[in-house]
Design a protein around this ligand. Sequence first.
Ligand SMILES: NC(=O)c1ccc[n+]([C@@H]2O[C@H](COP(=O)([O-])OP(=O)(O)OC[C@H]3O[C@@H](n4cnc5c(N)ncnc54)[C@H](O)[C@@H]3O)[C@@H](O)[C@H]2O)c1
Length: 250
Amino acid sequence: MSSRSVFVTGAGIGIGAACARAFAAAGYRVVLSDVLQPEGMQVTEDINAQGGDAEFVFLDVRNTKQVNAAIRDTERDGFDVVVANAGIARKKPFVELDDADWMETIDTNLNGSMRVLRAALPAMLRRKAGAMVVLSSISGIAYGWDKHAHYSASKSGVIGLIRALAVEFGGQGIRVNGIAPGFIRTAQSLSEEHSLGEAGLQAAVANIPLGRIGEPDDVADVAVFLGSDAARYISGQVLVVDGGLLVREA
Ligand SMILES: NC(=O)c1ccc[n+]([C@@H]2O[C@H](COP(=O)([O-])OP(=O)(O)OC[C@H]3O[C@@H](n4cnc5c(N)ncnc54)[C@H](O)[C@@H]3O)[C@@H](O)[C@H]2O)c1
């Protein structure tokens, strides 16, 4: 068993759960965190039942004290990889968006990522090694998503965070990268209220050169790569994982 370790936020379902399983399959000790306790516990049990080494900690990434305590209580001598995945997408026309709507999304997606990376950094700095992977989105990098200005702004914001931290901490052996998924089949994208829903996802396939909606594993495998030594010379980058959507012919 490798002694490498990873901390994943939003690990109860979707891309986060797939990341937890993929890192476990790669031999990592996995700390799963989420506000979805039963779901997170279930993934944790599954990993352990398959011979892995996983534990679950309840964590709302909007709560600085909880974030600091969760990392401190589980990091041992520091995580090799942190995956800042927890996020929400809420559909709201921009003129109806009030400050509370804006803050909820920014506080979860952007501030939440910042809190987790900040909490994990001191131990990584002590051991002069570590990799951070942050979930952005095609709507943070190049894709305008109507009625999702707050989401898009949060997902562009994490790209600034990734670049700044890559420069600030590269000299101390820490790599910081992001992933910008396209349409991935999860609760988020399947929400009729807040995203495309099943029919919308099916319609989107026509614009995806690889001819299918992405699966959480498609993203998780990239997270494992970015966290691994195979990505040792990659930092400050955001990998687009969208089946070719952004470069399709109009
Ligand atoms: N599904 C897609 O098509 C897609 C596309 C681009 C980016 N993303 C991003 O990927 C990440 C994972 O998304 P997903 O599709 O798996 O969504 P999902 O809704 O299936 O899962 C999101 C996870 O984040 C957790 N979460 C939400 N608020 C939280 C909080 N305050 N504290 C802790 N955990 C919290 C949820 O409980 C859940 O486990 C998100 O950041 C999302 O924005 C997803």
